[in-house]
Write a protein that binds this ligand. Structure first.
Ligand code: ASP
Length: 437
């Protein structure tokens, strides 16, 4: 069997619902359908989840909310009407509306976007609706209770067969709603694929697949046909965002492939994500990156002989619950690179602590961008760094940091924020010329 997940744009209108139905009807193995809340119909539209967040803010501040509620309800009513659905969506909407004034739980309210989408889709496909609060169970610390969720899912599937499940949420042990992070319907689909041992997890979206670079930076980047879980995690971690980063591990552990597909072009094969790929037609799988890192450059004479120095530095970052991204070292110097958002307003406190507790000099530099060049076929191949350096030097970009993990599937370079886009374009162009990407 196949678990499918349809994102917000696939749920945005009656026309998109029709496309989803024809995809599901085309293959009877597509027995489980996970849906997002209705997304944007066009670029000026607002996603239902965003409207629900705004609605909640209005409720908290006691501001009139009828217009926003009208927009939310209107979207679902319009789809139901156009598809002539035989389901009482009006009753569901009425129930939610009645609850609005009564100190409504925020997670519950936000989750209603997915809930209503699933109600409509189940009626349209003729599949059973199963509420994800009865499938995905969380512990009070917010982790998925795998054992319990697996039991629930297997039971519901064997009892009902073909089902539609809202993505994005589950429930705490007391039944209250718990949300995944934004974009989390991908994670719901991944868990269901894992629990039901799906042949493949199909993630239907509005792009042809995972792209070799950010299309806002590079014109017409190619679509990646095959990519390993590790490569995708590296690209997603560094900013590529076709799939929620946390949706990879649940299926990866069971070796279930993910297939990214485009609802608007169902005949395209999309991108396959799996443990091992045999396609070696390109050296570089993709390029991604992020801006706004901070580099704490730490200098101290004879640091190299001071055992425990790096540990003591890292403990300071741990105290602030800051995730350390990279630690390039010299002989008597070390840099600690972290994301700017995680540092927030603590930058000067951290500098002061390192200086006073370790007797070192610290220079904290902001506005560092990191670019990841990812590719399983780079492993053991000479000349990759040579090309990266040549490309960047040809356009006058200074490299501020270099890192390569031990498995050689990734080369990370740090450049000034201001050079970020220029660097990605230069690299992409040169890789393309060499037929490497
Ligand atoms: N609707 C939620 C969001 O916009 C979850 C999702 O679509 O995956 O983040």
């Amino acid at each position: 069997m196949i678990v499918t997940k349809f994102g917000g744009t696939s749920m945005a209108s009656a026309e998109q619902f029709r496309k989803v139905k024809s995809i599901i009807d085309e293959n009877p193995a597509r027995q489980v359908v996970v849906v997002s809340a209705a997304g944007k119909k066009n670029s000026s539209d607002i996603k239902i989840t965003d409207l629900l967040y705004t609605l909640h803010t209005h409720l908290v501040y006691g501001v009139p909310y009828d217009d926003i509620w009208g927009m939310i309800a209107g979207r679902y009513l319009e789809i139901a009407k156009e598809l002539e659905l035989d389901c009482d969506i009006e009753a569901d909407l009425k129930k939610i509306k009645n609850e609005l004034g009564k100190n409504i739980d925020q997670n519950y309210l936000i989750s209603r976007g997915e809930y209503l989408s699933a109600k409509l889709m189940s009626a349209y496909l003729g599949f059973d609706f199963v509420d994800s609060k009865d499938l995905i169970r969380f512990t009070y610390s917010g982790a998925v209770d795998i054992e319990r969720s697996e039991q629930n899912t297997k039971k519901a599937f064997s009892r009902r067969g073909k089902i539609v499940v809202p993505g994005f949420y589950g429930a705490y042990p007391n039944g209250e709603i718990c949300l995944f992070s934004r974009g989390g319907s991908d994670i719901t689909g991944s868990y269901l694929a894992r629990f039901l041992n799906a042949r493949v997890y199909e993630n239907w979206t509005d792009v042809p697949g995972t792209l070799t670079a950010d299309p806002r930076i590079v014109d017409n980047p190619k679509t990646i046909s095959q990519i390993t879980y590790t490569e995708l995690r590296e690209l997603s971690y560094m900013g590529a965002n076709v799939l929620h980063e946390d949706s990879i591990t649940p299926v990866q552990e069971k070796n279930i492939s993910i297939n990214i597909r485009n609802t608007n072009e169902p005949s395209c094969p999309g991108t396959i994500i799996k443990r091992e790929c045999n396609d070696d037609s390109s050296v570089i799988t993709g390029i991604s990156g992020k801006k706004d890192f901070v580099s704490f450059d730490i200098l101290k004479d004879h640091m190299s002989t001071e055992i425990g120095f790096t540990r003591r530095v890292l403990e300071i970052f741990e105290d602030y619950k800051i995730n350390v991204e990279h630690i390039p070292t010299g002989i008597d110097s070390v840099s600690v690179i972290v994301s700017g958002t995680s540092v927030g307003s603590n930058m000067y406190d951290i500098v002061a602590r390192i200086e006073s507790e370790l007797g070192a000099r610290v220079n904290a530099k902001k506005e560092l961008a990191l670019i990841a060049i990812v590719g399983r076929n780079m492993v053991g191949k000479s000349g990759i760094c040579a090309k990266v350096f040549a490309s960047l030097s040809a356009v006058g970009i200074n490299i501020k940091m270099i890192a390569q993990p031990p498995d050689e599937t990734n080369i990370i370079v740090g450049v000034d924020n201001s050079n970020y886009k220029k660097a990605i374009r230069a690299l992409y162009e040169d890789f393309e010329k060499a037929n490497w990407i």
